[in-house]
Design a protein around this ligand. Structure first.
Ligand SMILES: *[C@@H]1O[C@H](CO)[C@@H](O)[C@H](O)[C@H]1NC(C)=O
Ligand SMILES: *[C@@H]1O[C@H](CO)[C@@H](O)[C@H](O)[C@H]1NC(C)=O
Ligand SMILES: *[C@@H]1O[C@H](CO)[C@@H](O)[C@H](O)[C@H]1NC(C)=O
Ligand SMILES: *[C@@H]1O[C@H](CO)[C@@H](O)[C@H](O)[C@H]1NC(C)=O
Ligand SMILES: *[C@@H]1O[C@H](CO)[C@@H](O)[C@H](O)[C@H]1NC(C)=O
Ligand SMILES: *[C@@H]1O[C@H](CO)[C@@H](O)[C@H](O)[C@H]1NC(C)=O
Ligand SMILES: *[C@@H]1O[C@H](CO)[C@@H](O)[C@H](O)[C@H]1NC(C)=O
Ligand SMILES: *[C@@H]1O[C@H](CO)[C@@H](O)[C@H](O)[C@H]1NC(C)=O
Length: 653
């Protein structure tokens, strides 16, 4: 019984893995034969290829979907990030269905991808019940993976892993193949026997079925939601003035040449937010260099550098590093000479010159061997009191990463590495470095209090049950955790993937809990809720379930902590899309701690938020990611909303 229940839950969590076995199917319209699969929600997907033994080869893809699906996506690499994706949907403006070529550079809105070239084939269109997309793809059988290595599909593979996803909602601008769209309603992966999809006369069949250009669905080619004018001005206009740096402590009313915030936002009395840049490519981590320039990770692009005017607005922009796998983590050594940035698998070090905002020479890998599945962002930070250490936070590789409960696996873990003693090939994440806690599902936000102690905010699991009862809407709490002195080994377990924190006790009916208590999903004779209390470090503060905290920053004297809530898909209505303030105090132990106890839901208050949060999504509303504070206690905060990548300056007025 328990097994059956568990596997049922797992199927929901990891997406359906099974479905029906692949079959060979020859399309009556084109005579192209596909290895095909009938998957979730009535979607048919077929892959066709030539009789060949080696990549790269052209492929054909057929997607037939019930008309009710807003979009269907297909992954040529069986996972979401860093593989070619084909997304299809109906475009009623041209009476047909269209493809959109994409690649995701994280678990975020896939970007238009020009590494694959598509042509429409006969049969593309729709009727009252279904839409059909038939395309030939050049560039879908071989691509560069997250590490820049060639990855390819085995044309004779008997079980080649693919993935699909679909959403109920249609893309925002169905006539535009660069449109933004919302996150998937469901996804899954399965295997295809590609020998069933081989066609001896592939090229002739394709040639006979190509749809002439004139009949191609329309495409504006211009992403109206990513204003190119803004992008151009922020990325290329370097104003050749000496950098005076910010001298005022206020927040500017507006910044010249910068459009208004893409979505409405509100701030509490006494605070103000002003947009300083828009049209950014999924902006994530942000830091200052030692000359006061702002350095920004733009996921899928690289690192850009920005000078700041006396009013806090940005006065210039330049691309410092073009490297599309840099996806979040960024840190600068205290002397300003070593710039660190991370991909899913690797932390790179660059020799950096703050005066010219440039790197010298190529990068060195200083930490390697990290996972490329699941939560692919890493967070990097350097303790102010221990400038030789580089701290790297590594999330789980799935919603439930059971292996990570073993500390040696080196996931759901924070570690510190001595940058003065880096081995020639870099540290291996799991076997090198010093542990700073594990059992931390995805502690993206890290900050040091003014005593130099490390704090982490934890983005907890989706799809949580208690026994057979679905309690996910308001549980588990996201967490604020105390990690402690970053120079001292910390082998404590913080509970994931077994012990979770209660947010809404009422949802759990078999036991009386308070907010902040720990619980297990399925208590048994050897592991109960009380086992958590005895073995796992509790959170210092519970945060609303699924608010998805991604960064934290203290004020100067550590009486306040600021936290960005990115918002997440696993709650209806949504929550997050805001910045909150947590009150801190010095305890009798001499350590800082939140002013409220873990059993309180009043431990933080919103200071910046999105009105009508029930309408927020991955493409709607400001989605705060990372914070960097300047010396006037103002914060620069990134938003990687699919609607527009933005940067604001935010502070007291
Ligand atoms: C789409 O179909 C309708 C009805 O058949 C027709 O009136 C319209 O002109 C068509 N539009 C295009 C762009 O072909
Ligand atoms: C959109 O369509 C045009 C031509 O119809 C094509 O050149 C372009 O690559 C497509 N873009 C995407 C993102 O699919
Ligand atoms: C609509 O298209 C689907 C998929 O091609 C097909 O199975 C179905 O028979 C079509 N319906 C009609 C009424 O033509
Ligand atoms: C760049 O690095 C090389 C090799 O380490 C060094 O000789 C050169 O002076 C550096 N250039 C700058 C501008 O720092
Ligand atoms: C009891 O629960 C623990 C924690 O969830 C789990 O690791 C263990 O396998 C379970 N034991 C049995 C017999 O199900
Ligand atoms: C944060 O957690 C939510 C679950 O609430 C999940 O959907 C999302 O992918 C997570 N994001 C990160 C960056 O961990
Ligand atoms: C901490 O700094 C804030 C300003 O950020 C100030 O209002 C407050 O009085 C300070 N508190 C202490 C205990 O120094
Ligand atoms: C919350 O926790 C504190 C400290 O443990 C305790 O003093 C207080 O009584 C608790 N409040 C409630 C409502 O349980």
């Amino acid at each position: 019984m328990i097994l059956g229940r568990l596997s049922g839950v797992l199927a929901i969590l990891t997406g359906a893995v099974s479905g029906q076995a692949a079959q060979r199917y020859c399309d009556p319209v084109t005579s192209i034969c596909y290895s095909g699969w009938t998957g979730g929600n009535g979607i048919w997907i077929g892959v066709a290829l030539p009789s060949t033994t080696t990549p790269a080869f052209d492929t054909a893809l057929q997607i037939i979907s019930p008309i009710a699906n807003g979009w269907v996506g297909f992954s040529w690499g069986g996972t979401m990030p860093y593989v070619p994706l084909t997304v299809g949907w109906v475009n009623t403006a041209s009476n047909t269905s269209i493809y959109s070529s994409r690649m995701a550079f994280g678990l975020s809105l896939p970007q238009p991808f020009d590494g694959a070239e598509y042509s429409y084939l006969q049969g593309t269109g729709y009727n009252k019940t279904h839409w059909t997309l038939n395309v030939r793809c050049k560039g879908c059988s071989e691509w560069h993976d997250v590490d820049g290595n060639l990855a390819s599909i085995d044309p004779n593979g008997a079980a080649v892993k693919f993935a699909y996803a679909y959403a109920r909602l249609a893309p925002r601008e169905p006539a535009n193949n660069r449109s933004t769209f919302n996150s998937h309603t469901k996804f899954g992966h399965w295997n295809l026997d590609l020998t069933l999809g081989q066609n001896a006369k592939f090229n002739q069949l394709i040639a006979a079925n190509l749809v002439p250009d004139a009949l191609k669905p329309s495409s504006s080619g211009v992403p109206t939601s990513l204003p190119t004018s803004v992008r151009t001005s922020t990325l290329t206009s370097v104003v050749p003035t000496a950098n005076p740096g910010p001298i005022q402590t206020g927040i500017p009313m507006s910044c010249s040449g910068v459009s208004a915030l893409h979505f409405p936002t509100l701030t509490v009395d006494g605070w103000k937010a002003t947009k300083v840049a828009g049209g950014l490519t999924q902006p994530r981590g942000v830091i200052f260099d030692t000359a006061g320039h702002l350095l920004l990770i733009q996921n899928g692009l690289g690192i850009t550098g920005h000078t700041i005017g006396s009013d806090g607005c940005l006065t210039s922009a330049k691309t410092i590093i073009t490297q599309r796998n840099l996806n979040h983590g960024i840190a600068l050594s205290q002397d300003g000479k070593s710039l660190y940035a991370s991909s899913a698998t690797t932390v790179f070090a660059f020799d950096y010159d703050s005066a010219t905002m440039s790197i010298n020479g190529s990068s060195r890998a200083v930490v390697t061997g990290m996972d490329n599945r699941g939560h692919v962002t890493r967070t990097l930070t350097i303790p102010p009191k221990h400038p030789n250490l580089l701290i790297v936070s590594h999330g789980s590789n799935d919603n439930f990463d059971f292996e990570s409960g073993n500390m040696k696996v080196g996931r759901s873990s924070i570690k510190a590495y001595d940058m003065t003693q880096v081995p020639t090939d870099g540290y291996n994440y799991a076997s090198g470095g010093q542990q700073l806690g594990y059992g931390l599902r995805n502690s993206v936000g890290l900050a040091f209090d003014s005593d130099g102690m490390l704090w982490a905010v934890e983005n907890s699991s989706d799809e949580i049950h208690r026994g057979t009862v679905d309690i996910h809407v308001d549980n588990p709490a996201d967490e604020l955790n105390f990690i402690g002195d970053p120079s001292k080994e910390n082998t404590q377990w913080y509970g994931y993937p077994t012990c979770y924190t209660v947010w809404k006790p009422d949802f759990i009916t078999d036991r009386v809990f308070s907010v902040g208590d720990q619980f297990v999903m399925t208590p048994n004779d050897t592991f109960s809720d009380d086992t958590c209390t005895q073995t796992s470090v509790p959170a210092k503060l519970a945060l609303q379930a699924h608010s998805a905290p991604l960064d934290v920053a203290f004020n100067k004297n550590s009486t306040r902590m600021y936290v960005t809530f990115h918002g997440s898909w696993n709650r209806n209505p949504p929550t997050g899309y805001k910045i909150a303030e947590i009150q801190f105090r010095k305890e009798s132990t001499g350590l800082f701690a939140p002013s409220h106890f873990v059993n309180s839901t009043a431990g933080y208050k919103d200071i910046f938020w999105s009105p009508d949060v029930e309408h927020c999504s991955t493409t709607q509303c400001f989605r705060p990611v990372s914070i960097v504070r300047d010396k006037y206690e103002r914060m620069y905060v990134t938003s990687d909303s699919g609607g527009e990548g933005e940067l604001i300056i935010f502070g007291r007025v």
